[in-house]
Structure formats: C-alpha cells, structure tokens
Ligand binder design. Structure first.
Ligand SMILES: Nc1nc2c(ncn2[C@@H]2O[C@H](COP(=O)(O)OP(=O)(O)OP(=O)(O)O)[C@@H](O)[C@H]2O)c(=O)[nH]1
Length: 200
C-alpha cells in the first residue's frame, strides 16, 4: 500500500554477539559483511538505508554508508528501532536484523506490498505461528510512543511489544528466511548450506 511516508531501511547491527563470539554484522555469508550485504539489499526497496549501531561501533563503518547510533537507555534491538523512529519520525522503517542470513529481496518486497500502514507494524511470522518476528518487519512512525512507554516499564523484548499491539502478520515464501544465526554452529550450518546450494 502506498502512503506519503518515506520508507527507510534499518540494518540492526548494534548487538553484543556474545553467543557468536564475534560481531554478527561482520560475518561473511555472501562475500561481504552481512551488514553491508543487507544494506545493499534494502537499497533496492528503501529510499534511504542506515545501519543501526551502538555508540563506539561507528569508527569501523565505511564513510559512504549511513548509520544511526542508539540513543535510548536500554539494551537490545528495541533500542535501535526506537532510535530510528525518534531520529527520523517522518519515515516508516523496514527493519532487518543482521543475523538473518537467508532473507531474500522478494521477501522484503512482499512485506512492502502487504504492509498495512494503519497498523503499528507489519511483521513476518513462521507459517502456522502467530509469533511476530519484530526484526523482519515494517515499523510505522505511530509505533514510537507506545514502544517508548513499553520500554519505560523496564521491558525490552520487541516481540512482546508487538504481541500486545495492533499489527499485521504475514508469512514468508520460505520459513527458512526467518532462520536466526546466533552461534558458531548456526554460522557453520548456514555457510555449508549456502555454499553447497542445499535446501535447508
Ligand atoms: N542497534 C542495536 N542493535 C541491537 C542491539 N542489541 C541487539 N541488536 C541487534 O538485534 C539483532 C538481534 O540481536 P540479539 O541476537 O538479540 O542480540 P545480540 O546482542 O546481537 O547477541 P547475543 O549477545 O548473543 O544475545 C541483531 O541484529 C543485533 O545486532 C542494540 O542494543 N542496539
């Protein structure tokens, strides 16, 4: 659905990557760092794209790439999303986490095509599940105030926020695109599948 709001893209890459043991945004699944790969993917559908980083990470970003720094007093991906909504309140945000290595451009386009801008968010969920994936979702400007209020009660889980909100859920062409790579075993598994062209 078309609206007058610009669609910006956000690559969430400000996490600690403690389970992976190295920065998940810098892992290379597709011949370049995953955060740059997703940045380019989002450029196909969004008028502007930003990496979402925690303060201190910006020194490593090539100068031609945009980034936004976390500006709220909380840890976790909701900080990156709130910071984007605050810093560019006129835009809707197509958010993708850097640890989703199998996301395809068609899947991003489906999100845009099936978007309902009257809802707070349009999010993917696994087939047969009503659990939204908040980190592969469009977040509308109207999400900012209730998400901030949610965070001010001490809660940080973006899925819990979406579960209590009026959202639209859609399903990916392949559930595997929601595969979340959090640890070295996940990385090895995905890398092997990608390099051998095997179905997951
Ligand atoms: N901007 C920003 N992004 C974050 C933050 N925390 C997590 N993310 C991103 O959100 C996505 C999901 O992160 P998680 O797996 O929940 O957390 P993580 O800190 O990256 O990893 P662990 O330390 O292993 O839990 C990833 O793309 C992270 O880069 C944060 O505080 N700020």
């Amino acid at each position: 659905m078309q609206t007058d709001k610009p669609m910006y893209g956000l690559v969430l890459s400000g996490g600690q990557s403690s389970r992976m043991g190295q920065d998940k945004g810098l892992l290379r699944y597709h011949g370049q760092s995953q955060r740059e790969y997703l940045y380019q993917l989002l450029q196909g559908t969004c008028s502007r794209v930003f990496m979402s980083l925690r303060p201190g990470q910006e020194a490593e970003v090539p100068p031609h790439l945009n980034y936004l720094l976390d500006s709220h007093e909380l840890r976790g991906p909701l900080n990156g999303i709130l910071s984007a909504l605050l810093q560019h309140p006129q835009a809707a945000w197509l958010v993708v986490a850097c640890d989703l290595p199998l996301v395809q451009e068609l899947t991003l386009q489906k999100l845009l095509q099936e978007r309902d801008p009257q809802k707070i968010a349009t999010a993917y969920a696994l087939t047969g599940s009503d659990l939204p994936e908040p980190l592969l979702a469009i977040w509308e400007p109207a999400a900012y105030a209730p998400a901030l209020a949610f965070s001010q009660t001490g809660k940080t889980c973006p899925r819990k926020f979406l579960l209590q909100s009026d959202i639209k859920l859609i399903h990916p062409a392949q559930d595997e695109e929601l595969y979340n790579a959090n640890n070295p075993e996940d990385f090895a598994y995905i890398t092997q599948k990608l390099h051998h062209g095997q179905p997951l």
